[in-house]
Design a protein around this ligand. Structure first.
Ligand SMILES: *[C@@H]1O[C@H](CO)[C@@H](O)[C@H](O)[C@H]1NC(C)=O
Ligand SMILES: *[C@@H]1O[C@H](CO)[C@@H](O)[C@H](O)[C@H]1NC(C)=O
Ligand SMILES: *[C@@H]1O[C@H](CO)[C@@H](O)[C@H](O)[C@H]1NC(C)=O
Ligand SMILES: *[C@@H]1O[C@H](CO)[C@@H](O)[C@H](O)[C@H]1NC(C)=O
Length: 357
């Protein structure tokens, strides 16, 4: 038996306190599950204050999904930070469960669009993975893919086999879990933050389907492809993240005025469900803005040789940068010594590090 961790989750305690003190003003957000570090799974419960009343109700009906919800949220937060690690806005999270990503959670900008898309996709991905691993009774592999696939010619014939990822259940759950009050998008007259979030969440779910691929394995004699089986597989989440990052870069600004006035424009450029949309222009993220929870780029590490967003010029918004010399100590020249250990030397190197002024 493993000793139980006696550490209390301080953030969780804080959340409980906040919510019990002021239940109305601080509506926590489920995305917070992706920010708190992985801890004792036994502390995860459907009564978690970061869930809304509706989410708690859904959770109580399907409590076995809660670990996947948390895993999906963590996957999404870390992928958001990976995709934006070189940019001025780096997807950093706040210390408050109500804000999670700070200003960006509710600003209605491209960044809000990315957050909702990646979070919705994270849920689909982690629930589907759990289905495919046989951890759930309510879902499993895709049973529709059976028999032979490919072309008729014998040389290219193959059989469906193994476990094809079945994203139906995960997609359904992600929708249900993140549902907003507005249900019928086609009867909208204008975009609001809520409908924008709903659209972008759906685009995130679609991204899982769009990045799926068919993978095959040969089982012939000595590596020949006499028998080939194939299955549908979700892309690694990193690939989904890159796909959504491209969508973010091509995202479209929608007017939040009545749609009637902009109908002509909309018809010229029909919106499809894979596009990310936003309402408000993003700030430049250069300077700290405490009121909006923007960190600014002061102190961020930049790359002097890069002309991309992580280059000192762009990242520091032309303010210039400081150069520090940092001493690195590493294990090096490791040798295997018979038997059985590895002996290394300590190597020291001096490197320049640049940080924004
Ligand atoms: C984002 O940048 C801020 C400084 O502006 C830094 O404190 C924070 O650790 C960074 N977050 C991530 C996730 O890299
Ligand atoms: C499935 O269950 C096994 C054993 O309980 C666990 O190790 C694994 O992490 C689970 N997989 C997912 C995706 O939840
Ligand atoms: C959405 O609203 C439109 C127009 O009001 C209506 O025709 C359509 O049937 C509705 N769809 C759903 C799913 O309720
Ligand atoms: C809608 O647009 C106006 C300007 O046209 C802007 O001031 C307002 O913040 C926008 N509302 C939302 C919810 O984004």
């Amino acid at each position: 038996m493993e000793p139980r961790s006696s550490g209390v989750r301080p953030m969780c305690a804080l959340t409980l306190l906040l919510v019990s003190v002021c239940p109305l003003c601080c509506r926590a957000n489920w995305m917070w599950l992706g920010v708190t570090p992985p801890d004792d799974p036994e502390q995860l419960s459907c009564g978690d204050p970061v869930l809304s009343a509706r989410q708690r109700e859904l959770c109580r009906r399907k409590p076995f999904l809660l670990p996947s919800v948390r895993d999906g949220a963590q996957l999404a937060v870390s992928e958001c930070q990976n995709q934006f690690r070189r940019e001025r806005w780096n997807c950093s999270t706040t210390r408050e469960p109500t804000a999670v990503f700070g200003y960006e959670l509710t600003s209605g900008t491209k960044e809000t669009a990315f957050i909702y898309a990646v979070m919705a996709a994270g849920l689909v991905h982690s629930i589907t993975r759990s289905c495919s691993q046989g951890n759930m009774t309510v879902c499993g592999c895709d049973a529709h893919l059976r028999g032979s696939g490919g072309s008729e010619t014998a040389s290219e014939a193959w059989q469906w086999g193994g476990c094809s990822d079945n994203i139906q259940f995960g997609t359904w759950f992600s929708r249900k879990f993140m549902e907003h009050s507005v249900k019928n998008m086609s009867s909208l007259t204008s975009y609001t933050l809520s409908t924008m979030n709903q659209h972008n969440s759906e685009a995130g779910r679609q991204a899982i389907e769009r990045t799926m691929s068919t993978e095959c394995r040969c089982h012939g004699i000595s590596g020949s492809c006499g028998v080939k089986t194939c299955w549908r597989s979700m892309a690694p989440f990193r690939r989904v993240g890159s796909y959504l990052k491209e969508r973010y870069e091509q995202s479209i600004q929608m007017s939040n005025r009545s749609r009637k006035k902009t109908r002509k424009k909309d018809q010229r450029r029909p919106l499809n469900k894979h596009q990310l949309i936003y309402l408000n222009k993003s700030p430049n993220y250069c300077l700290e803005d405490k009121r909006r929870g923007i960190a600014g780029t002061r102190g961020r590490r930049c790359n002097r040789a890069s002309s991309g967003p992580d280059g000192c010029n762009l990242l520091c918004c032309g303010r210039g940068y400081n150069t520090h010399v940092v001493r690195n100590i590493e294990r090096c020249e490791c040798k295997f010594v018979w038997c059985c250990f590895v002996r290394c030397r300590r190597c020291e190197s001096m490197n320049d590090m640049h940080t924004c002024k």
